[in-house]
Design a protein. Sequence first.
Length: 116
Amino acid sequence: MPINFYLGKWRITWMEMWDADYYDMEVPAYFEIRKDRSGSFQFGLMQGELDGVPTMYPAGQRFEFTWEGSDEGEPMSGSGWLEADGADSLQGEIRIHRGDRSRFTVRKIVARHRKK
């Protein structure tokens, strides 16, 4: 699967450790992957910048990443991964260094263009 599959903004639709009241509390929770394999995310009061790479496994491909960011202003870091879970959805896991880890699902955000 080419890197292009992962590019764009993805809306978090479910998290194992946190409910929607938390993960959507400040902004609609998301992951975003850019062409240079960097990206960003925010859920709840946690936000971060990520650096990733597509990695092949016998069962398929994952986009694996490390990240740095903050939770309520406290510095944090960790790792995670994303993999295909349909034509417009991904599943993954985010890990907080020496802390929680949570599985999650995301759905591709499709840009809507306004008609002129």
